[in-house]
Ligand binder design. Sequence first.
Ligand code: GRF
Length: 195
Amino acid sequence: MTKIALFASGSGSNVQAIAEAVQAGSVPAEIVLIVCDKPEAFVLERADKLGIPTFAFLPREYESKEAFETDIVSRLRAAGAEYVFLAGYMRLIGPTLLEAYRNRIVNIHPSLLPAFPGKDAIGQAFDAGVKISGVTVHFVDEGMDTGPIIDQECVRIDSGMTRDDLQKAIQQIEHSLYPNVITNLLNGNREDYNR
Ligand code: GRF
């Protein structure tokens, strides 16, 4: 089983979906660590219930990003993590983590990148009045939501749909797309992913 780590900052519904898919045997992985930069985040309660080890930290207690990423890397290595999947982790990944896990850090973003990168992608798409948005899973590089795209799925924004409706539709897609992409990546089905 490939050992993976998940990073989150908030509710953790994607963490939950991935963990349930792992438990059901449909994702060939063991989640060895959940990393969270917000000690009050709900994802940590989910992790406790799921019985998954966590590392929660406060960035301001470190001297620099390099310092907390160095700590994260040593905890990832101690846990044996081979891949990192970001699931609502609200921080740019710095050189320390990128170098330690080159081409092994993946993110999920709630828009069809390169449209609407950054914060509140769902609100950005809604306010722009686009008729199609969706979800992107991509490798992480030094930019904000700029790395090579692995897979995407779209959502139609019908008239009468509220921002909340869009969020629900997007999250529903995320919860099946992300476990599927992780499975394909870990199974080595990467031909679609390397262009
Ligand atoms: C998701 O919409 C994900 O695409 C984005 O952050 C959100 C996290 O939601 N990067 P949750 O914490 O998994 O519920």
